[in-house]
Design a protein around this ligand. Structure first.
Ligand code: IDP
Ligand code: MG
Length: 160
């Protein structure tokens, strides 16, 4: 099974959308392995958004993301990275289709409610960036047997 990083961004925290967003991931069947509230500091955000450092909106993005606390989560599930990205939708809120989190709750390019890792490789890097090992809990999710078929859970048992 895969793990992925989700950040419920300051706009969503300020707009009281935390429960709404968490509910969607839980209902989908993803396992919450870690969750915390944190005031993200500019140094870590600069690292996290390094791929955008030449964009004109970069400084503004760092300010927005460090203004008030965010909620950070590690979610686990089969192909969790792409499952979560599909649920989140494309970057720009106005273009994101209804039914996606951004499509339902954002009309902005910047204030788009959630961050989600875009590849398995980046998920690993991002989880390490924001979470200590001991903040991520390893426990058997009771209903995985009902969420996946036998073969899906069997294959993954070897990988954990
Ligand atoms: P992603 O969040 O969908 O992976 P990225 O291109 O990695 O999109 O951009 C990271 C974040 O930068 C976006 O989620 C959004 O908050 C912000 N951003 C992206 N494009 C724009 C823009 O054109 N104007 C303002 N902010 C932007
Ligand atoms: Mg991105």
């Amino acid at each position: 099974m895969q793990q992925t990083l989700v950040i419920i961004k300051p706009d969503a925290v300020n707009r009281c959308l935390v429960g709404e967003v968490v509910k969607r991931f839980e209902k989908k069947g993803l396992q919450i392995k870690a969750m915390k509230m944190e005031m993200l500091q500019p140094y870590i955000l600069k690292e996290h958004y390094a791929h955008l450092k030449d964009k004109e909106f970069y400084e503004e993005l760092i300010k927005f993301m460090s203004k008030i606390p965010s909620i950070l989560m590690v979610l686990k599930g089969k192909e969790a990275v792409s499952v979560v990205r599909k649920m989140v939708g494309p970057t720009k809120g106005r273009e994101a289709p209804p039914g996606t989190i951004r499509g339902d709750y954002s009309v902005s390019n910047q204030s788009n409610v959630v961050h989600a890792s875009d590849s398995e490789e980046n998920a690993k890097i991002e989880i390490e960036r924001f979470f200590k090992k001991e903040e991520i809990y390893d426990f058997k999710k009771m209903n995985f047997d009902w969420i996946y078929s036998r073969d899906e859970t069997y294959i993954d048992k070897t990988k954990k």
